[in-house]
Design a protein around this ligand. Structure first.
Ligand SMILES: Cc1ncc(C[n+]2csc(CCOP(=O)(O)OP(=O)(O)O)c2C)c(N)n1
Ligand code: SF4
Ligand SMILES: [Mg+2]
Length: 424
């Protein structure tokens, strides 16, 4: 069975947004070039175009604003497989915020394609001027029309050495034009001209896309440089960093039959990430596939600390969690950070420290005094409690990881075992 590139027809954009056309035609172009979804790594930037990730069956990476080409460059440097295709989706805003990354990727002629979604403004944040907004175009920050010339991104990247550059209208079937860029060896960039129906049309009534492009002085067309693509490290093979990690051997069993998601949340400094790491390794040693994602405030050491885990008997292709199957909450910070989704849970389990007020939820609630072993160890005790109560992994598998990693000396294991023996 062939897997489609897009997993839905209902793309997440406003009606009439050109971003939909680009996403659909990207899928068609890749199919025409006989790629399979997992041959392709799509890096998206911040902005409306970037919310496509969840609709793609390809590998996806979501970057910071303007930094997606730097991420794509890193993937290109590390990639030894000529059959892997790296595509960066970026807006006009991101392209100019991270312009130097695009220039460097052009200069080095890195093997990747950048698709610039040029709707002449910052769509996601309400229609502000970007560095690609043409002179005279109205935005929410230049209601009288932008007083400055926008950059000509095609001229810049062509001059910097890109193998292939094109400027096309975001109208009709653009799959063949995208396919030319996708099959280029070296760096390619396609600037797709669009109008944002929500802000661009409202602020520039009666202006048509063709007229806007023409009056900006930008030519449609393609430009090439005959150059060899960048070769990584003078042709040497990259070292596989995963291969240097110690192997986790299977020594336990899990009865889990399908994927389950687990959110563990407490306060910074209370062992949340450590406990989540123990669950991950114990689950792998029980034959499961695991994804683990940490989240905490930028100022380390204060506020909440959350870890999101997916455990699955079959390989995982998506690590996102909306509503978890189980939430384990060990402190007020953790509760505050997850309150909304706990309230939205319609099933599953909420395992919560008994000192906390239980929010309204349809999840089954289990309360226990996890902080009795000391607040710094509340999360570790809570994951043992979860293992004991659910049997998804065994407490033995957790003890084994602690022993193998020499963590037993730092954790009050006698106290945790005592407290665990009192759990009914
Ligand atoms: C470093 C940084 N600056 C600003 C923002 C706020 N921000 C989020 S989306 C966005 C606009 C995106 O515009 P564009 O790249 O053109 O994409 P579009 O939404 O138009 O598709 C901005 C400014 C941010 N997320 N990160
Ligand atoms: S705000 Fe504009 S760019 Fe964003 S999805 Fe809507 S139409 Fe598209
Ligand atoms: Mg934009």
């Amino acid at each position: 069975m062939t897997v489609p590139f897009l997993n839905t027809d209902a793309l997440p954009y406003c009606k009439g947004c050109g971003h939909s056309l680009i996403a659909k035609n990207t899928a068609i172009a890749l199919e025409k070039l006989n790629y399979q979804p997992l041959d392709v790594i799509v890096v998206t930037d911040i902005g409306c175009h970037g919310i496509i990730d969840k609709c793609l069956n390809t590998h996806t990476v979501h970057g910071l604003h303007g930094r997606s080409v730097a991420l794509g460059a890193g993937i290109s440097f590390a990639n030894d497989d000529p059959n892997r295709k790296i595509i960066v989706f970026i807006g006009d805003g991101g392209s100019t915020i991270g312009l130097q990354h695009i220039m460097e990727a052009s200069r080095l002629n890195l093997n990747l394609t950048v698709v610039v979604h040029n709707n002449y403004l910052y769509g996601m944040t309400g229609g502000q001027t970007s560095g690609l907004t043409p002179v005279g175009y109205s935005t929410t920050t230049s209601l009288e029309g932008n007083p400055f010339e926008g950059y000509d991104i095609c001229a810049l990247t062509h001059t910097a050495g890109a193998a292939y550059v094109s400027r096309i209208m975001g109208i009709g079937d653009i799959s063949d034009k995208l396919a030319i860029a996708f099959s280029t060896k070296g760096f390619s960039l396609v600037e797709v001209m669009e109008i944002c129906p929500s802000y661009g049309v409202k602020l520039n009534p009666r202006r048509k896309l063709a007229e806007i492009v023409e009056s900006s002085g930008r030519q449609l067309g393609e430009w090439t440089n005959k150059r060899e693509p960048h070769v990584n490290h003078q042709g040497r093979k990259n070292e596989d960093l995963l291969a240097t990690l110690p192997e986790i051997k299977k020594g336990f069993k899990s009865y889990l039959k399908s994927k389950m998601s687990l959110v563990l949340s407490g306060s910074a400094g209370e062992g949340v990430q450590l406990a989540a790491g123990l669950v991950s390794k114990a689950a792998i040693s029980s034959g499961l596939h695991v994804s683990q994602k940490g989240s905490y405030p930028v100022t380390v050491g204060v506020g909440f600390s959350t870890s999101e885990l997916n455990l699955s008997p079959v390989p995982l292709s998506f690590h996102g969690i909306n509503l978890p199957d189980t939430a384990i909450i060990t402190s007020q910070d953790g509760l505050d950070h997850n309150r909304k989704r706990i309230e939205a849970m319609t099933s599953g389990k909420l395992i919560i420290d008994s000192s906390l007020e239980v929010p309204q939820t349809a999840a089954e609630v289990l309360q226990y005094d996890f902080r009795s072993v000391g607040e710094r160890n509340a999360s570790v005790f809570a994951i043992f409690y979860w293992a004991l109560k659910t049997g998804i992994i065994s407490t033995e598998s957790l003890f084994k990881v602690i022993q193998d990693e020499g963590k037993g000396e730092k954790l009050p294991m006698a106290k945790i075992k005592d407290a665990l023996s009192a759990v009914k």
